[in-house]
Write a protein that binds this ligand. Sequence first.
Ligand SMILES: [Zn+2]
Length: 114
Amino acid sequence: MDEVSLISNCFFVLLVIVLCILIYFLPAIIGRKKRDATALATLNLLLGWTLIGWVGALVWALSVEAAIPQMSATAMPAANPGLCAMCRKYSRPQSLFCTHCGQPLSVYHLRISS
Ligand SMILES: [Zn+2]
């Protein structure tokens, strides 16, 4: 075996090893943007050698995440504490005026409490 074919054989073996590593970590690569990316990568690393662990990680990586529930202004709790913008103290819920300094509470408070 001459030196050129030895080097090309080594290169081919190295390429196959890199391809195997890439295929092994394919679920972690696909799911790297998910919220549970660390758990997914851990499952892939520790149980990927079992075929069921690898398939499970791949399914997890391809699954669509449920959206994080966003809190909107209409979803605010009804019992608004009524923070005064002037004295920074809290009044009773649903009060229109500050019980400490008498200032009208914020427009925002009035709008969502009506
Ligand atoms: Zn006040």
